[in-house]
Design a protein around this ligand. Structure first.
Ligand code: EPU
Length: 420
């Protein structure tokens, strides 16, 4: 087990290159099961979640080959299994995409109930509602979800909650179905558009991704092709906040600035200067950060996946800020850790009230989940007068490529140490 050690207080300066989006990659890899041929996926992040899915694809019978560390060639024509029950895959949230993809390809699928970060209840009733509407029969026995269908037939599905996972999963199941499927109240995140673009590149007919209503006209088959994953909005946001919290001046490159709008607006309210280029943002920290109020919402609202990182920035802003979690039932588990740094935070239900302090103290912190882990790094970059040590970093490695190398290149004093 490794840990990250940080001597905070260094201003970050320079350029950071953002990788492909984790949450697009973890949907596109399962989606390749639908392709009767070879998919070449470029700009994949080199993270543990991608490695786990690559193994899962191989155990289903796909032939995969990394052409370089960010490009994977997948021949899914050899997939013969419709069961994905490995313990490793079941720990991932994205394992549920194998359900939609295998159901779409074989008319049957068996997948272990998805795990993932613990934010309170994370039901999958909307995924099931969608599969059933398409004509599948669903059973959940001993923590395994089984879906079977003689034939999937397109239909109209209204999502009762805006769900990224359900939107993508229904898209996957519907791509090869007979007739047209209409998803209403669909999620609009950049990775939804990215998965739709991938499917269309392979011959699917998906229209409206990125709006509330997605129309999927079933096609007979998907063909070979090459696709490049969209840049990671959340990784980009994490580095933008790292620049701001360290008093830095950082170019965050290889991104789509429009995807960062909700974060850029809030950071500007706090006094941060953000200059925009075609595929980069330059983030220049002010002398003093001002308090603000943030509420997380589905895209284009402020992303829940940047909530813990933004909360850390608010801990050192002058005045009282509020952070409302509007997507998940309980995404504040990390706050007890953060308080160890001297942050003044009070939680009332889904609202955190944050009173800005001058600085944070170095201490030992635990990553309680992926984005909470990123938030602990940000706290460590700020904390002065000693070493911050972050434990449980396996969560961070699931979603951030080379985080310590990227931060060190910007001037942070951070290194990885094996725990004894
Ligand atoms: N929900 C339901 N029923 C469902 C599905 C969702 O009630 O059938 C509720 C959830 O409980 C939650 C809300 O709807 O309150 C939104 O959940 P959503 O389905 O959108 O989330 P998800 O698919 O489980 C994905 C990302 C998360 C990200 C959320 C929201 C993946 C693998 N995970 O989760 O990413 O927080 O969307 O944007 O794409 C992360 O990257 O750190 C991460 C947790």
């Amino acid at each position: 087990m490794s840990k990250l050690c940080i001597q905070g207080g260094k201003r970050l300066n320079g350029d950071v290159i953002i990788n492909g989006a984790k949450n697009a990659a973890v949907a596109i890899l399962p989606a390749t099961v639908l392709v009767d041929g070879i998919s070449v996926i470029e700009n994949l992040p080199n993270i543990d979640d991608v490695a786990i899915l690559n193994d899962a694809m191989r155990s289903l019978g796909a032939v995969t080959n990394f052409l370089d560390k960010h490009t994977l060639e997948i021949d899914a024509s050899t997939v013969y299994q419709h069961s994905a029950l490995d313990e490793c895959i079941s720990k991932m949230r994205a394992s549920y995409y194998l359900l939609g993809a295998l159901l779409g390809r074989f008319g049957k699928a068996e997948v272990a109930m998805p795990g993932g970060c613990d934010f309170g209840g994370r039901p999958i009733d909307q995924h099931i509602k969608g599969f059933e509407a398409l004509g599948a029969k669903i059973e959940v026995v001993d923590n395994v979800i089984r879906a079977t269908a003689d034939k999937l037939i397109g239909t109209r599905i209204y999502l009762d909650v805006v769900s990224v996972g359900a939107t993508i999963n229904i898209m996957l199941a519907a791509v090869l179905a007979e007739g047209t499927t209409i998803i209403e109240n669909a999620a609009k995140e950049p990775h939804i558009v990215d998965v739709a673009n991938f499917l269309n590149m392979m011959g699917a007919n998906v229209k409206g991704a990125g709006t509330d209503v997605i129309r999927i006209k079933g096609v007979e088959k998907l063909h070979s092709g090459k696709y490049s994953t969209v840049p990671d909005q959340i990784e980009a946001g994490t580095y933008m906040i790292a620049a701001a919290i360290t008093g830095g001046d950082v170019y965050v490159r290889n991104i789509i600035p429009e995807h960062m709008e909700s974060l850029s607006s809030k950071m500007r309210e706090m006094g941060v200067e953000i200059l925009e280029g075609d595929d980069y943002l330059r983030v220049i920290a002010p002398d003093v950060l001002k308090a603000t109020n943030v509420k997380t919402l589905p895209y284009p609202g402020f992303p829940t996946d940047l909530q813990p990182q933004m909360a850390v920035l608010l801990t050192v802003a002058t005045g009282v800020s509020t952070m409302i979690e509007g997507v998940f039932e309980n995404r504040f588990q990390y706050i007890e850790q953060l308080k160890e740094t001297g942050a003044k935070i009070q939680v009332e239900g889904n609202k955190a009230i944050i009173e800005g302090v001058e600085n944070l103290k170095p201490t030992h912190l635990k990553a309680t989940d992926l984005r909470a882990g990123a938030a602990m790094i940000l706290a460590g970059l700020k904390a002065q007068g000693g070493e911050t040590v972050i434990h449980n970093i396996k969560y961070i490695d699931r979603g951030y490529e080379s985080v310590e190398e990227k931060l060190a290149a910007l001037g942070a004093n951070i290194y990885r140490k094996s725990s004894n």
